[in-house]
Design a protein around this ligand. Structure first.
Ligand SMILES: [Zn+2]
Length: 251
């Protein structure tokens, strides 16, 4: 334990990685006009450099416990390589997948009637938009919620509570809103922001709010454009807000 913290090279690496992580975070916070792609890249780099020191420390402790001469250059380089690989896998691939799996687990597998028309509706509009047909996941939850994720494949999640609460036109408005997100690629951005909040302790200080509300506005505008009325998206939101107000007042 002590040898790790007194080694200037190893401690240097840890500090540089953490400083880099902090620096990337500041860039993300300061340069709000950066493109969507650049922001995502910075966000993942931030997560990578944040995970890196912890993996490196754990590997070093493991090596030391087994061999006791882990400060040789060759061994350190090997450990650095393995650390980079593990951090990459966790930061960029495994993390998001675990996050999505959490939702997929709650999804209902049966092919009921509600799922049927929802599938057809989404498929029809995906073809019109020339985007990949998103998978529909119906979550067994009372809370009326809908969101979309685009990671490897695109998926729209809606809860049974939402299907129960809204009429057909309103559900269609919500589905179009989510399709709007997928089309604008904001679902990947929203998803990454949520993941970022989960992984990074710094995320609570950041302000994504403004951009996200702009994305919401665009997704609404898309639903209104297709339905040629704002009636359904407005009444859907009103019903959902009323539900959350009510559940807050009873809990
Ligand atoms: Zn939205």
């Amino acid at each position: 334990m002590v040898s790790f913290f007194y080694d200037p090279f190893k401690m240097g690496l840890v500090i540089v990685s953490l400083l880099l992580s902090l620096g990337l975070f500041i860039v993300l916070k300061k340069y709000k006009q950066l493109s969507f792609k650049k922001k995502l890249g910075i966000m993942y780099a931030h997560m990578f450099t944040l995970i890196f020191p912890f993996v490196f420390f754990a590997l070093f402790q493991g090596c030391q416990a087994m061999f006791n001469n882990c400060s040789q250059l060759g061994k350190i380089l090997t450990m650095l390589g393995i650390t980079a690989l593990i951090s990459l896998v966790f930061g960029v691939f495994l993390g998001p997948l675990i996050y999505i799996k959490r939702f997929e687990k709650k999804s209902i597998k049966t092919d009921n009637a509600a799922k049927h028309w929802i599938h057809n509706f989404v498929k029809k509009h995906a073809i019109k938009l020339k985007i990949e047909n998103p998978q529909i996941q119906i979550l067994n939850e009372a809370k009326p919620q809908a969101f979309s994720i685009k990671y490897v494949k695109s998926q729209i999640f809606i809860t049974l509570g939402l299907i129960d609460l809204l009429n057909r036109k309103e559900i269609e408005a919500v589905l179009l809103h989510e399709l709007g997100h997928i089309k604008n690629r904001s679902s990947l951005y929203k998803f990454s922001v949520n993941l970022f909040k989960l992984v990074s302790p710094l995320a609570s200080f950041s302000t994504f709010h403004k951009e996200l509300s702009k994305e919401e506005h665009l997704a609404d505008a898309f639903a209104i454009h297709i339905q040629k009325t704002n009636k359904n998206i407005i009444s859907a939101k009103r019903k959902m807000n009323a539900f959350f107000k009510f559940s807050r007042s009873v809990s």
